[in-house]
Design a protein. Structure first.
Length: 171
């Protein structure tokens, strides 16, 4: 396909389908992360405009071929790059390891804190107080809270587990 310098680039069906498939992948990633329909549309429209502009430059006024689209898509971020960043440890390598070891769920710190207090209450009710188990659970919650400190629930867990662990030292 050739064109003169026109503001609108018409793609043949095969290239348009491949471009649409790439845009659909980006939209699925955005939808999975909870982006609104308007946000998804704005991002994919902007991305499509960028790809079309890059195709014009790539083909340099000659025939547009699927290889040109391949070259343009290789220059772009992959669809998974549109994911929201997960709260993490602050270093990409550590975040990758943490994501594989623990599913990113910022509610874990609060869960460990509550579980620690439940163990403490049950141990007092049973007649043999054991603060060690409760302290250990709160300490684990504190570690997870540090990991998820960038998330609101993680910050709440940091406060709750930190205070709980401090109080348990004196029991």
């Amino acid at each position: 396909m050739t064109w003169a310098s026109t503001p609108h680039l018409t793609l043949d069906d095969a290239i348009q389908k491949r471009l649409d498939a790439h845009l659909d992948k980006v939209e699925k990633v955005l939808a999975r992360d909870g982006a609104t329909r308007g946000e998804r549309r704005a991002i994919t429209d902007e991305l499509e405009t960028q790809v079309r502009d890059m195709l014009v430059a790539e083909a340099a006024g000659g025939d547009l071929k699927p290889a040109h689209l391949d070259a343009v898509l290789k220059k772009l971020d992959p669809p998974d790059a549109y994911r929201k960043p997960a709260p993490g440890l602050g270093h990409p390598m550590l975040d990758k390891v943490a994501e594989r070891v623990w599913p990113m769920n910022p509610a874990w710190p609060l869960g460990f804190c509550v579980l620690g207090w439940a163990v403490l209450v049950l141990s007092f009710l049973s007649g043999s107080p054991n603060t060690g188990g409760a302290f250990a659970l709160n300490f684990v919650g504190l570690v997870f809270a540090i990991i998820y400190r960038k998330d609101e629930l993680g910050r709440q867990g940091l406060l709750a587990c930190g205070l709980s662990a401090f109080l348990l030292i004196f029991l």
